[in-house]
Every structure is written in structure tokens, then in C-alpha cells.
Write a protein of this length. Structure first.
Length: 274
């Protein structure tokens, strides 16, 4: 007997990446190729005027999330691969928020996170991009290592990190690296390869994260403020050609995953089910 029943809720979507329900049967859906739709089983409207994203490799228009007080304030949050104004081949994850008017037009856009121009990178790998909220006004978002693994250990670079900001983009006073010279003040944890799942557990308040490993070593982590999750110094995975990436699965001062998958399952979105 089938324990899971699957039905098609919406079809004919082009690489859907983010889904955020705003009603019992209505959702905002992003397509990696650059469009966002207001979707219900019997209707679909394109949200026009959203920011331009760079559909390169794993990059594009990625996550969509709505404010915990969306019913009152209407804020919608987007993450996407953003191209540098000086060179369209240089890309980095960007976070914005805006609202949708009655005519399905994107409006009132605010930039919440944009990397320094010198930290934009070529290539289409590992943008991270998941967005989630806690009940204390914080917004968490992920930026993958962008294929530059050693930068995940560098606090002066934004990639390979989980970031925490307030919903309006300001920096919380108790972020762990606000006093660290040169560090991105939004960094909450580091040594994260490519996190594509984040969720606040509704009962414990713990931030849980899922993270792509290389060949093996996909991770489930409980994210702690200021903690180093070890990439690429430690990993349960190997290089894609099968050679040794690192001899270490653990080292002093580096966090262990709560669980890991070898071989990889390409772990992506994350939710809490009760």
C-alpha cells in the first residue's frame, strides 16, 4: 500500500527553485531562469519587474520567502545570482525584499545584502541562497563557497557562510564577528560548502541546515553562532574523481555534522514535519 500519495499541484514550470505558500492553495514560485509566478491550481500570474538575475550554472533566481508578518506588511524576500555592474561574468548571491502591487508589479525594492565588488567571482557554482526567519526579527541566508573552497574559512569573504541580518538588512549587535576587523559583519557561521536548506525548529529555536558535500559527505548541521563547520579542512566526502580531498573527518575546534550522507543524496531543501 502506498504511504505517500502525489498529485500535480502546478505544472509547466521552467526549473522551479523556490516555493513559498501564501495561502492554503496559493504560492509564490521562482524559476531559476528568472521569473516569479503567483500560482494557484486554476491560475498563474507573472510578477513583473523583479530584479534581473544571472542564469549561469547553478545560479539564477533562487529562493523566495515572505515576512513572518507578511499579512500586515507585505514584504517578499528574494535571493539570486547577481552580476557585477563592471563585469557580467562576475557573480555573487544577493538578497533583496520588495512588495507586489495589485497589478502584479514588483515595487518598493530594498537591497538587504550585496557583497563588496571585489568579492564577486566568475563561475556558476554554489550560490547557497536559502532564506529563513526566527521569531526575534532575524533573517538567515546562505552563500555557498562559489567553488572556491578555501574562501569558506576566510571571514573577509562572504562565500561559504551562513549569514544573519535583521529583516531590514541591518546587522544584529550580537552577531559573532561584528568586532572582527575586515570580517563581513553579517556572518553567523562559516566553513559551510553549499547550504541549500535552512529552517528554524519551531519548538527549540535551533537553526538547522543541510549542505551539499562533494562526492559524499552531504551534511545536516545544527548551526551555532560563530561556529566553524570545517569545510574544506574536514569532510566525509572525496574529490569528484575519487581522490582524497582531506585526510580528516574531524579536527579540534571544528563542528561535526549531526548526520551525514555518504554516498551523497544531493541534499537540498529542509523542513520540519510533525
Amino acid at each position: 500500500q502506498d504511504q505517500v500519495q502525489i498529485e500535480t499541484w502546478a505544472g509547466d514550470l521552467d526549473e522551479p527553485w523556490g516555493v513559498q505558500f501564501i495561502g492554503a492553495d496559493t504560492a509564490l514560485v521562482t524559476e531559476k531562469t528568472g521569473k516569479m509566478w503567483h500560482v494557484s491550481p486554476d491560475n498563474r500570474l507573472e510578477i513583473r519587474g523583479i530584479p534581473t538575475s544571472a542564469n549561469v550554472g547553478q545560479g539564477g533566481l533562487l529562493d523566495v520567502a515572505v515576512d513572518p508578518d507578511y499579512a500586515e506588511n507585505g514584504w517578499i524576500y528574494l535571493s539570486f545570482a547577481h552580476a557585477s555592474a563592471s563585469d557580467p561574468d562576475l557573480l555573487m548571491t544577493k538578497i533583496v525584499r520588495g512588495k507586489v502591487g495589485d497589478d502584479s508589479i514588483w515595487m518598493d525594492e530594498q537591497t538587504l545584502f550585496e557583497a563588496r565588488p571585489e568579492h564577486y567571482l566568475k563561475g556558476g557554482r554554489h550560490f547557497g541562497s536559502r532564506i529563513t526567519f526566527d521569531d526575534r526579527g532575524h533573517l538567515y541566508f546562505s552563500v555557498g563557497d562559489r567553488g572556491h573552497k578555501d574562501m569558506a574559512q576566510d571571514l573577509t569573504k562572504p562565500n561559504g557562510k551562513i549569514h544573519r541580518i535583521m529583516r531590514d538588512g541591518t546587522i544584529p549587535n550580537d552577531n559573532p564577528f561584528v568586532e572582527t576587523e575586515g570580517a563581513y559583519p553579517s556572518i553567523y557561521s562559516y566553513g559551510n560548502r553549499n547550504p541549500q536548506g535552512t529552517i528554524i525548529h519551531p519548538e527549540t529555536g535551533v537553526l538547522w541546515e543541510t549542505e551539499h558535500g562533494p562526492k559524499g559527505g552531504d551534511e545536516l548541521n545544527a548551526i551555532k553562532s560563530g561556529a566553524n563547520y570545517g569545510w574544506p579542512k574536514i569532510s566525509y566526502g572525496r574529490n569528484y574523481n575519487g581522490t582524497v580531498l582531506t585526510p580528516h573527518t574531524s579536527l579540534p575546534g571544528l563542528e561535526q555534522p549531526a548526520s551525514q550522507w555518504t554516498p551523497s543524496i544531493a541534499v537540498c531543501g529542509l523542513d520540519v514535519y510533525t
